[in-house]
Design a protein around this ligand. Structure first.
Ligand code: GLU
Length: 465
């Protein structure tokens, strides 16, 4: 069997969005699973809408996701001579012809066809005229008029299109530039692509492209058309659904492995397994398990999956990943060991790196005020009394030593007859500003002696006021 070669060919007219990232991932996973080759190509023949900074943003997004390529990036704009050569070959062999029908006339005919309820196809006016090149002439593919074009889609099964529904496609514009169909087919042929995995918005393009392959004497590759990604309202995913650019999720503090995991599950499955590492995906990915129904992009599910990945990620790596999110908040933690210990305390309950950075702030910054509800409930005269007793019991105690801290709490519990929970509540608000926080002993350990004492004193003074 031929070695598998897949490709990802975005048009750099926008950033990489969820659907495009999924297409890239499926092609990459299939190549990696099969020990094949993955090609990255930029379909930038639309010189007006294609932008170099968008190329960079797509590259950045792929890098972030960990999708690497073996060949490319190739730029279609640098391959115009190749397309011209293939166009000439099609002309020379009688498989293409010049057409001088004006856009106005074509438009009129299309309108008239629509008015009759017909498919607005090219009527073949120039097909047998044997015209030569002339200013304003386009080149059209001579497509078969009878029979059907059939292919076996790896997701959708056999698809047959009567050739009477396919007209003679323009392959070169009057300025000589190639159309999408020509460029994509010539690229896929010359780059030796064996499998094309793409969104099913391209299904209707496929028979036309197959006709082009045949005209060029090449066996078409295998096609797998993946159903579109929908929003939770079952409408096609778009800006209306909020963030759809992959890098938006990077900014929100989604881990790349969680994003990859989520994208893979958007239209592909392996039993009822939800959590996958990248290696897992490479190992298990197959075209057979791409679903026939559309994947629904649900940001809430992505957050839950991200929380799972955060929990199973090594703390050292998380500490590195959360750094930019802390810096954004004006925090530059100098002490790596302390940061890792701090991260460990918030790791079990952070859904994103942004949330994690928020949860770490109290270790690094004096919070401005106490959470209102928590203060009202717990920073009471009783609370002040218990905290004063605790402050005294902690004199000479090293708060990073859990046994000593436990003994100090026990002392206050004995003196007051209160349970641990009762006494811990005001202490928690005093130390973190909030009523929900990491466990008492771990947060004291990371805060350290000075901050624990200072914040207890601050809360007691606050209540006194
Ligand atoms: N540039 C096309 C797109 O972005 C690629 C289509 C294809 O995969 O053939 O949709």
């Amino acid at each position: 069997m031929k070695k598998v070669k897949t490709r990802f060919p975005p048009s750099p007219t926008g950033t990489l969005h969820i659907g495009g990232a999924r297409t890239a991932l499926f092609n990459w996973l299939y190549a990696r699973h099969m020990g094949g080759t993955f090609v990255f190509r930029l379909e930038d023949t639309d010189r007006v809408r294609s932008k170099e900074e968008l190329v960079q943003s797509i590259v950045d997004a792929l890098n972030w996701l960990g999708i690497d390529w073996d060949e490319g990036p190739f730029y279609q704009s640098q391959r115009l001579d190749v397309y011209a050569e293939y166009t000439q070959r099609l002309l020379d062999e009688g498989n293409a012809y010049y057409c001088t029908c004006s856009p106005e006339v074509l438009n009129e005919k299309r309108e008239a066809a629509r008015a009759r309820g017909d498919n607005p196809l090219y009527d073949g006016t120039c097909r047998e005229k044997d015209l030569g090149p002339s200013p304003g002439a386009v080149v059209r593919l001579r497509s078969p008029r009878t029979g059907a074009t059939v292919f076996e889609d790896q997701v959708k099964g056999p698809i047959a299109t009567p050739n009477s529904q396919l007209d003679d496609l323009v392959i070169a514009r009057s300025d000589g530039s190639p159309t999408y169909h020509l460029a994509v087919v010539v690229d896929d042929i010359t780059m030796g692509i064996t499998h094309i995995i793409r969104g099913d918005d391209h299904v209707s393009n496929t028979p036309r492209q197959i006709i082009l392959y045949r005209a060029l004497g090449v066996e078409p590759p295998v096609f797998a058309h993946v159903p579109m990604v929908l929003g939770t309202d079952k409408k096609r995913l778009s800006k209306r659904h909020g963030a759809t650019a992959v890098t938006d999720y990077q900014g929100l503090g989604i881990l790349p492995e969680a994003m990859v995991n989520y994208l893979a599950r958007l239209g592909w499955s392996h039993g009822d397994q939800e959590f996958f590492t990248l290696d897992d995906l490479v190992d298990k990915f197959s075209l057979e398990n791409i679903g026939k129904s559309a994947g629904v992009f649900d940001p809430a599910r992505l957050l839950d999956l991200n929380a799972d990945h955060i929990r199973s990620t090594d703390t050292y790596r998380l500490a590195n990943l959360v750094l930019p999110h802390l810096e954004k908040r004006g925090v530059v933690p100098g002490d790596n060991k302390r940061l890792i210990e701090a991260v460990e305390t918030v790791q079990p309950r952070s859904k994103t790196l942004e949330e994690m950075a928020e949860g770490l702030l109290f270790y690094y910054k004096e919070f401005e005020g106490y959470e209102e509800k928590a203060a009202k409930k717990f920073l009471t005269p009783d609370g002040a009394k218990w905290m004063s007793l605790l402050a005294r019991a902690l004199e000479g105690v090293d708060v990073t030593d859990q046994y000593q801290v436990e003994a100090a709490f026990q002392k206050v519990m004995d003196e007051t007859g209160q349970g641990f929970g009762k006494i811990a509540q005001p202490v928690r608000v005093a130390l973190t500003g909030k009523s929900a926080s990491p466990g008492m002993f771990e947060l004291m350990r990371v805060l350290g002696n000075d901050l624990v004492r200072a914040r207890l004193a601050r809360a007691i003074a606050h209540i006194g006021d």
